[in-house]
Design a protein around this ligand. Structure first.
Ligand code: ATP
Ligand code: MG
Length: 252
C-alpha cells in the first residue's frame, strides 16, 4: 500500500521578487522609485511596508500586484513570473490571484454593500449562490450583516473600508495588497479594520501585505519591511509583537 507523505506545516512562497527596479524619467532626471529589491513573502504572512513619503511603497505594491511593470528584474507569484505575461494575461492573473484594498475604498456608488463585495466574484463568473454564501459569511465575520443592503454613501468610512476588504477577500485570492488601508479612518475604525484583517489572516490563512504610516498599525504587523529611497533598509518584527521572529535582512 502506498502512503502519501503530507507535511504538517507547508511553507509556500507566494511573492518572490528578484532584483526589481522601477525607474521614472529615465532619460531626464531618473528617479529610482524601486532600486534592486529582493522580497520574499510566505503564505499566511501579515506584513507591513513602511518608510517615508516617496520611499516607494505604492510603487512596490503596484509592481507586485501587476498594476505596473518593473524596468528590471522578475516577480514570481506562486512560482509564475508575472513580468513575462502579456497585458491581457496580466489582467486575468490579477482578477484570479490578487485582492486589492485602496486608501480611497473605490466602491461603486450605485451598488449595495453586498453587490460591491460580490463584484470580483461576479467578474470571475462565480454563480449567484456561491457569491452570496461567501459574502454573507464574510459580512458575519466583519460585523456588517445589518448593512448588506446599504449603498456606500449610507456607510461610514470604516464600514466602507470593511466592504472593500470583503470584496478583496471574497474571491479567496492568493494574497491581499493594501495601500494605506487605514489612512482615511479615525483611530477606532482603523483598529477595527486591523482586527478584521488579523482575524481573516488567522482564520483563512490569508496573506496580507500592507503599506502604512501609522505606528499603531505597524505594531500589529508580524513583520515590518522598511523602504528608504526605493531600497529595503530593514526587515524585522516589531519588538512589541514578537522579538524572536526577526527575519534576516537579505540585501544592503
Ligand atoms: N508616475 C510617476 N512619474 C514619476 N515619478 C513617480 C511616479 N510615481 C511615483 N513617482 C516617484 O517615485 C517615488 C516613489 O513614489 P511612491 O508613490 O511609490 O512613494 P510612497 O512611499 O508610496 O509615498 P507615500 O507614503 O507618500 O504614499 C517618489 O519619488 C515619486 O515622486
Ligand atoms: Mg504611497
Amino acid at each position: 500500500m502506498l502512503y502519501e507523505f503530507k507535511p504538517v506545516v507547508m511553507i509556500q512562497t507566494v511573492i518572490d521578487t528578484h532584483n526589481i527596479s522601477k525607474i521614472y524619467n529615465p532619460t531626464t532626471i531618473p528617479v529610482y522609485a524601486i532600486n534592486d529589491v529582493h522580497l520574499h513573502i510566505e503564505r499566511g504572512e501579515f506584513t507591513a511596508l513602511v518608510g517615508p513619503s516617496g520611499s516607494g511603497k505604492t510603487t512596490l505594491l503596484n509592481l507586485i500586484g501587476g498594476l505596473d511593470r518593473p524596468d528590471k528584474g522578475n516577480i514570481f507569484i506562486n512560482g509564475e513570473d508575472i513580468t513575462q505575461l502579456s497585458a491581457n494575461e496580466l489582467i486575468r492573473f490579477r482578477l484570479h490571484n490578487i485582492g486589492f484594498v485602496f486608501q480611497s475604498y473605490n466602491l461603486i456608488p450605485v451598488l449595495t454593500a453586498k453587490e460591491n463585495a460580490e463584484f470580483i466574484m461576479l467578474l470571475q463568473g462565480k454563480r449567484k449562490k456561491e457569491r452570496e454564501q461567501r459574502v454573507m459569511q464574510l459580512f458575519r465575520q466583519i460585523g456588517l450583516e445589518e448593512k448588506w443592503n446599504s449603498r456606500p454613501s449610507q456607510l461610514s468610512g470604516g464600514q466602507q473600508q470593511r466592504v472593500a476588504v470583503a470584496r478583496a477577500l471574497a474571491s479567496k485570492p492568493q494574497f491581499v495588497l493594501a495601500d494605506e488601508p487605514t489612512a482615511n479612518l479615525d483611530s477606532k475604525s482603523a483598529f477595527n479594520l486591523l482586527d478584521i484583517m488579523a482575524l481573516l489572516n488567522r482564520e483563512e490563512n490569508m496573506t496580507f501585505l500592507f503599506s502604512t504610516h501609522d505606528q499603531r498599525v505597524i505594531e500589529r504587523a508580524r513583520r515590518v519591511i522598511t523602504l528608504v529611497d526605493g531600497k529595503i533598509t530593514s526587515d524585522t518584527a516589531p519588538a512589541a509583537v514578537n522579538t524572536s521572529h526577526t527575519v534576516p535582512l537579505q540585501q544592503s
